[in-house]
Design a binder for this molecule. Structure first.
Ligand code: FAD
Ligand code: NAP
Length: 443
């Protein structure tokens, strides 16, 4: 029987499991599947942990999420088309849930899929080697400290790409007298109450961690950008400065010659794609972008079409994109989709690469990724949903952020699955200090 190995049981790996279980439930004969997950639970990034650096087994901590993290995009733009929020929670819920609510939703669908028995938790994949038509996979059972080797015909890499921090060097930073950390190790804003905080970076982590710090009582927050400022209308006590040029004890100097004293520096400088278990010729090498070089349709490794990656792109879309990728991958493995020859695949990849290089703004990026999902879903039996609506909603959300960076989460959007407008949350995000699922679902 054909054997498939899925590496990782985060949202992408769970999408792959869901795709196969859906086929199984339709009476289609599916391959023998094993999913290896190095954590003791499913959910990937969405499993909050207090730990930083290494986990209880001495493995690198995977999740970069923190207490008080709320969805930064409308949940309608990531809603599974085969399992709506309303179906899961029994009612329509507001558009920007906190982490625990989204985790509950992801896990809820996974539980309905009857796939848990296919997952080997506390198993870390150490090596994947080409072998005959398929791969020899070396896995460590972390608890038993036992190394297993198993042959698979197909491998699906779903290990995420927001876990290995990109940590740049700045002149004199070793003399800094306060705390220096990367966003990966940020767990709570509480420790920065009354402090002057420098946040380096100008993307989602910077924006959200800086705002969290201010919301929970930091005295001031300064953002430092390399390429361009975020330019939102910030609350009092928040400013943006160009890149820092040097650090001397607690004083930081910026490119415009200004300087300021800080208590803490948080490096929100992004993440590195890292696949230490893959040899060079199978390894995706990329930065955080929309087109993944070497991947036909963003999922099939062009040099060996028995290897797939899910969820490796920069992400406007998340769960629905992972589903589209998973359904496509499944249909290639089930031979419902016949791949074109390598030259044709290469031409197609070049087209997407070139289109990405010409994108001028966030609005075009949203359309690009929506078109990518559309291309994956052509001919797929993934239940249809209103993708055009999500494009409009992402664009409206961008505009709302420009109007109010502390207020955009107080808006509501319409479900592309049920076509219902979501209710407005009972408490404004800027005033909502309690992010528990119980409080969120009240009212
Ligand atoms: P992950 O969630 O990273 O899961 C990968 C899994 O692979 C993990 O369980 C890991 O333990 C496992 N793994 C890794 N290596 C191995 C190995 N060698 N062997 C076995 N298992 C392995 N998205 C949103 O839609 N909304 C948000 O609000 C949002 N907020 C975010 C906030 C932060 C701080 C970060 C970092 C990301 C956020 N994201 C958000 C994006 C998030 O990455 C995706 O939602 C989603 O978690 C990606 O799923 P994934 O399965 O591809 O990767
Ligand atoms: P990212 O989007 O890749 O952004 C990385 C940032 O680091 C960019 O601003 C980049 O600057 C900057 N940077 C990189 N190297 C630098 C250097 N040497 N010096 C100065 N700046 C440098 O990564 P991210 O912001 O960590 O986001 C990762 C993912 O987490 C996203 O999917 C996001 O949606 C998610 N997230 C979500 C939430 C939430 O609220 N739910 C919160 C945090 C993160 P340039 O612009 O110059 O390249």
């Amino acid at each position: 029987m054909t054997k498939v190995c899925i590496i990782g049981a985060g949202p992408s790996g769970l999408s792959a499991l869901r795709a196969f279980s859906t086929a199984r439930d339709q009476g289609i004969r599916i391959p023998d599947i094993t999913c290896f997950e190095k954590q003791n639970n499913w959910g990937g990034q969405w499993n909050f942990t207090w730990r930083t650096s290494l986990d209880e087994n001495g493995e690198p901590v995977h999740s970069s999420m923190y207490r008080h993290l709320w969805s930064n995009g409308p949940k309608e733009c990531l809603e599974f088309s085969d399992y709506s929020f309303e179906e899961h929670f029994g009612k329509s819920i507001p558009s920007f849930p906190p982490r625990s609510v989204l985790r509950n939703y992801i896990v809820g669908r996974a539980e309905m899929s009857n796939v848990k028995e296919l997952i080997k938790f506390n198993h870390s994949v150490r090596l994947v080697e080409e072998d005959k038509e398929g791969f020899m996979v070396t896995v460590e059972d972390i608890h038993k400290k036992r190394v297993i080797k198993e042959y698979f015909d197909y491998v699906i890499v779903a290990t995420g790409h927001f876990s290995v921090p990109n940590v740049p060097e700045f002149e004199g930073i070793e003399t800094f007298t306060g705390r220096v950390m990367h966003a990966h190790d940020f767990r709570s804003a509480d420790e920065f109450i009354g402090k002057d905080v420098l946040v380096v970076g100008a993307s989602y982590s910077a924006e959200d961690i800086g705002l969290q710090c201010k919301k929970y009582g930091a005295k001031t927050v300064s953002f430092s950008f390399r390429t361009a400022p975020m330019d939102f209308i910030w609350p009092n006590g928040v400013d943006e400065r160009p890149l820092l040029t040097s650090v001397n004890k607690n004083s930081v100097t910026f490119r415009d010659g200004s300087h300021k004293n800080f208590d803490a520096i948080i490096l929100c400088t992004g993440y590195l794609h890292s696949f230490p278990f893959l040899p060079e010729d199978l390894r995706l090498v990329t930065n955080n972008r929309l087109f993944s070089p070497g991947l036909y349709k963003g999922v099939v490794w062009n040099d060996n079409t028995h290897l797939f990656y899910i969820g490796m792109q920069d992400q406007w879309y998340t769960f629905t994109m992972f589903d589209a990728e998973a359904w496509y991958t499944r249909d290639v493995i089930l031979e419902k989709i016949k791949l074109p020859v390598k030259d044709e695949r290469t031409v197609d990849m070049k087209k997407w690469d070139e289109r990405e290089n010409k994108l001028e703004d966030a609005y075009e990026m949203i359309d690009y990724q929506a078109d990518y999902i559309r291309a994956l879903l052509e001919g797929s039996d993934y239940p249809s949903f209103n993708l055009e609506l999500t494009q409009k909603e992402f664009k409206a959300w961008k505009k709302e952020k420009e109007k109010s960076i502390v207020g955009y989460r107080d808006k509501s959007y319409c479900s592309p699955v049920t076509n219902k407008q979501s209710p407005i949350h009972h408490t404004k995000w800027w005033e909502a200090m309690d992010d528990t699922i119980e409080t969120y679902l009240k009212g």
